[in-house]
Write a protein that binds this ligand. Structure first.
Ligand SMILES: Cc1cc2nc3c(=O)[nH]c(=O)nc-3n(C[C@H](O)[C@H](O)[C@H](O)COP(=O)(O)OP(=O)(O)OC[C@H]3O[C@@H](n4cnc5c(N)ncnc54)[C@H](O)[C@@H]3O)c2cc1C
Length: 458
């Protein structure tokens, strides 16, 4: 007989770790198994290291503009060794913090690769040793991996994924980013600020195609100012690595020089084939199929986070973890509307949205009014010399409710949780006092206009 637990969680990324802690807090005995590092992609190769690089890059850009604000500094250049060292230190510190919170009553953290050998039976392999576990319930949170383009496979040196892009030994002179989605655009911003000549090649007609077209337009305008070239409606057909720099060939016949080719065309659920076959799990394309309770077709087996292919966001994974953990411990909860999981992009400028977009409302034939707030009209933004950006609020006229908010500009990602609380609200925005002078007044302007309450110039 193996060691018995009420619940075994496979994967200690943000989703699995949150689910394990919540189940333990709700009284279950829980084992969480992780084959690499606690924190998963998010902490080790995703959210945190990318934001660490972006923070240095952002400071560098600001430092180059400080003379406009009456501050003279001699020069601002990246110290790559220190930037990389800082990234490693931050990831290490946060890992330590997470491991500290794994020392909770009823929670057992196990290092190793989990294999499900039969329903309720799990073998953990660590350094040639095996540990047998038994569990009444199973939560699968095994994450995702970058999608590879067959004609330009990753080689880890020239053709790289975001994982290598975060840890490059030197700042490359040139980089072609294949894919103008979230990760590609974030990395483009970071490296452009560090001095790399960046070209983003996107097959669709615009970068960040999941947001409204005005968002892509603003971002492209700012990319131009940063010296990032954007080529849309273009496909990469191959990479010729016979000389340095490599040549990136496009379907149009053009070719681009690139010391590094970052392929960022999305991520795919990381599904262990053996687990799927042993449990006879139903799939939804490459992802594990779950219902609104995050339960798979096998009763008592839950899945969440990137492995179910819903949001591909860390906070999407933790939101699902809360639901799965509640259900695995006797609750009866369902995942709320996915449109209410805020979408965040840490480009320069930042992008954040929640609820329905303008284009989605229009496609559904909803009668809407859109209110806009402008950073350039906002006192704090002007004082801070950060005047680029807009906030849009969408009201469904029939329901007379705010149904969506999209923001492009400084700190947009920090406002979106608050913006979420306004979705579906019927409370007059006049009842909320926005402190002055704050960037949040830009959102106030957008909301007033959407609700037909804008103070007009006399
Ligand atoms: C460059 C980059 C930047 C990102 N930035 C953001 C951001 O700013 N904001 C945001 O919300 N999201 C961001 N993401 C996405 C975010 O990282 C993921 O959505 C999130 O990590 C998903 O969490 P998860 O728990 O589902 O899976 P993961 O974090 O991938 O964790 C899964 C874990 O399972 C483990 N595992 C897999 N199989 C087994 C097994 N058989 N046995 C034991 N362990 C196993 C893996 O080792 C891994 O640690 C970013 C991603 C990338 C790549």
């Amino acid at each position: 007989m193996g060691e018995r637990f009420d619940i075994v969680v496979i994967g200690a990324g943000p989703g699995g770790f949150r689910a394990a802690r919540r189940c333990a807090q709700r009284g279950a005995s829980v084992a969480v198994i992780e084959k690499e590092f606690v924190g998963g992609t998010c902490l080790n190769w995703g959210c945190i290291p990318s934001k660490t690089l972006l923070a240095s890059a952002h400071l560098l850009l600001q430092a180059r503009q400080v003379s406009e604000m009456g501050v003279d500094i001699a020069s601002a250049t990246p110290n790559w060794a220190k930037i990389q060292q800082r990234r490693e230190t931050i990831v290490g510190l946060l890992r330590k913090g997470m491991m500290g919170s794994a020392k909770a009553p009823r929670l057992t953290y196990i290092e190793g690769t989990a294999v499900v050998t039969a329903p309720g039976k799990i073998t953990v392999q660590t350094n040639g040793q095996q540990r047998q576990l038994e569990a009444d319930k199973l939560i699968l949170a095994t994450g995702s991996q970058p999608i590879q383009i067959p004609s330009i496979p990753f080689d880890g040196k020239t053709v790289i994924s975001s994982k290598e892009a975060l840890e490059l030994p030197t700042i490359p002179r040139s980089m072609v980013v294949v894919g103008g989605g979230v990760i590609g655009c974030e990395m483009a911003c970071a490296y452009a600020a560090f001095g790399t000549k960046v070209t983003v090649v996107e097959a669709l007609e615009r970068i960040i195609p999941m947001e409204d077209a005005w968002v892509s337009r603003l971002l492209e305008r700012e990319f131009k100012n940063m010296g990032i070239e954007v080529m849309t409606g273009q496909k990469v057909t191959g990479v010729d690595k016979s000389s340095a720099p490599a040549k990136v060939n496009l379907a149009s016949g053009q070719s681009l020089d690139a010391e590094k080719v970052l392929v960022s065309v999305g991520r795919r659920a990381s599904v262990d084939k053996q687990i799927v076959e042993t449990l006879k799990l139903e799939m939804n394309g490459p992802a594990i199929k779950v219902n609104a309770k995050l339960e798979t077709n096998v009763p008592g087996v839950y899945a969440l986070g990137d492995v179910v292919g819903t949001t591909y966001l860390a906070h999407g994974a933790t939101a699902e973890a809360e639901v799965a953990a509640a259900n695995a411990t006797g609750g009866n909860e369902e995942m709320l509307d996915y449109a209410l999981v805020p979408r965040v992009i840490f480009t320069f400028p930042e992008i954040a949205s929640v609820g329905a977009s303008e284009e989605k409302c229009q496609a559904e034939g909803r009668d809407i009014s859109v209110g806009k707030g402008f950073y350039k009209a906002n006192g704090r933004s002007v004082a801070h010399n950060e005047t680029f950006g807009q906030m849009h609020a969408v009201r469904d006229k029939a329901m007379n409710e705010i149904v969506g908010i999209t923001m492009v500009g400084a700190m947009a990602t920090e406002f979106v949780a608050f913006a979420r609380t306004l979705i579906g609200t019927v409370e007059p925005i006049r009842n909320i006092t926005f402190p002055h002078p704050t960037v949040s007044e830009t959102l106030e302007d957008a909301l007033h206009e959407a609700l037909g309450e804008l103070l007009l110039e006399q």
